[in-house]
Design a protein around this ligand. Structure first.
Ligand code: GTP
Ligand code: MG
Length: 137
């Protein structure tokens, strides 16, 4: 059974879309096996987005992700990394299809509501970073 790291970003909490987004995950019959609300520290955010260090949007995305509470989750289910990426929709709003979270609920590249791990390796790393080695902290 695969696991992925999912985060509802600060815009999702501010816009009161937590229930909507969690509802979509539950309606897909995926399992939420850990969940917490926190405002990420700068250190955590910089580590989370370390692959983007040096890119022009790095500071902006770190500022944004630390701007308020997020809802961090571990989601479990067969093939859930790909299923969640498909449910999220593309990063570029022009390419985010209707029916996806981003395609239905946002038109912004930065304020795009949700993060999901993009590979099995990234998922292990991100679950460890946000929830500790056992994935449950
Ligand atoms: P995440 O799930 O947040 O990692 O989104 P993603 O995997 O769809 O996109 P990616 O990892 O490439 O980028 C991480 C985040 O940086 C995006 O979700 C955006 O918030 C932001 N971002 C990515 N590309 C751009 C860009 O070209 N301009 C701006 N302003 N922000 C970007
Ligand atoms: Mg990404």
């Amino acid at each position: 059974m695969e696991r992925t790291f999912i985060m509802i970003k600060p815009d999702g909490v501010r816009r009161k879309l937590v229930g909507e987004i969690i509802g979509r995950i539950e309606h897909r019959n995926l399992n939420i096996v850990a969940m917490k609300m926190l405002t990420p520290t700068r250190e955590l955010a910089e580590e989370h987005y370390a692959v983007h260090k040096g890119k022009d949007f790095f500071e902006g995305v770190v500022d944004f992700i630390t701007s308020g509470p997020v809802v961090a989750m571990v989601v479990e289910g067969d093939n859930c990394i790909k299923l969640m990426r498909n449910m999220m929709g593309a990063t570029n709003p022009e390419n985010a299809s209707p029916g996806t979270i981003r395609g239905d609920l946002t038109a912004s590249t930065r304020e795009n509501l949700i993060h999901g791990s993009d590979s099995p390796e990234t998922a292990v790393c991100e679950i460890g970073l946000w929830f500790g080695k056992d994935g449950m902290q």
